[in-house]
Design a protein around this ligand. Structure first.
Ligand code: CP
Length: 309
């Protein structure tokens, strides 16, 4: 497809190609465009990692980057996202990378016959975060060389987390054993399709990957924010030093970040030898280069076809 919306849409072979391509870019692989190609970034929700790493990936691929300031765009005058996408396409943009708070914001846009720009989902509300999942897969693959049979714990604010949803679906499809933990009120029944819910203390010693999620206070109502006690959360559901001591020596810690230090993870563990949190961010640039290069290949905009080997 010319779009990148949801990792679960991809065949396993295409997914493996993207992981390999990300690793190739990390080792210095380059592509050549047959003509100038323009890409626009539209972030309607805050972002540091995804926005900047898409910008870095686009720049490294030699794309012409148009970074839209959504706060001063005509969306503020009431222009719809769909009309904004078509407007940018009319101006000569070939690829549009978008983050928006509406879950599934892209559905009607990609079905619109008047849209021929490629659409990349950089996060849709509490839906999916497929480019984050690809960088997570790269990080796991680098560590273990496989996904089959790995014990993965996804811990924390599951119901608000697009990362949890994307990662759970794709890791389950790839044969990992999934465990979920965190406050029961933040556990959605849909996760039971992919793994089992248990207390953090019951699972910590068998996990190969402990993936923490950020508590998303901005998505809670005012009462829940007022009642939230960071210390209590850390004690019950966080990766404390005590829990970290029970991890397998070969196990790794992941977190999509930004991190609430001292809440979902003890601050000193963020840079610990078992943490891959900054490695995940580094891999984000190469994963996004792979996503964009795959689209450019499908659109016949590359001088040579990509070799995935
Ligand atoms: N992990 C992630 O999506 O971070 P940003 O919100 O900073 O892009």
């Amino acid at each position: 497809s010319n779009n990148f919306l949801n990792l679960s849409d991809l065949a396993i072979e295409d997914l493996n190609h993207l992981i390999k391509l990300g690793e190739k870019f990390k080792k210095g692989y380059r592509i050549n465009l047959i003509k100038p190609v323009y890409v626009a970034n539209l972030f309607f929700e805050n972002s540091t990692r995804t926005h900047t790493s898409f910008y870095m990936a686009e720049s490294k691929l030699g794309l012409k980057v148009v970074d839209i300031n959504t706060a001063t765009s005509s969306v503020k005058k009431g222009e719809s996202l769909s009309d904004t996408v078509k407007t940018l396409q009319s101006l000569g943009i070939s690829i549009e990378v978008i983050r928006h708070k509406t879950t599934g914001w892209y559905s009607s846009i990609v079905e619109d016959n008047n849209v021929n720009a490629s659409i990349v989902n950089a996060g849709d509300g509490a839906g999916q975060h497929p480019s984050q999942s690809l960088l997570d897969l790269m990080t796991i693959y680098e560590e273990f060389g496989t996904f089959e049979g790995l014990n993965v714990g996804i811990i924390g604010d599951l119901s608000h987390s697009r990362v949890a949803k994307s990662d759970a679906q794709i890791l389950h499809k790839l044969g990992a054993n999934l465990y979920f933990s965190g406050p029961k009120e933040w556990y959605d029944a849909e996760f039971s399709d992919y793994g089992t819910y248990d207390s953090f203390d019951n699972i910590i010693d068998k996990l190969d990957i402990t993936m923490l999620l950020r508590v998303q206070l901005e998505r809670l109502n005012a009462d829940s924010v007022n009642q939230f006690k960071a210390n209590e959360y850390h004690e019950q559901f966080g990766l404390s030093l005590d829990r970290a001591n029970k991890m397998k020596k070969s196990a790794i810690i992941m977190h999509p970040a930004p991190v609430n230090r001292g809440v979902e993870i003890d601050s000193s563990l963020v840079e610990s030898s078992q943490s891959r949190i900054f490695k995940q961010m580094e891999n984000g640039v190469f994963a996004r280069m792979a996503i964009l290069a795959h689209i450019l290949d499908n659109k016949n905009l590359l001088a040579e076809e990509i070799s995935y080997e």
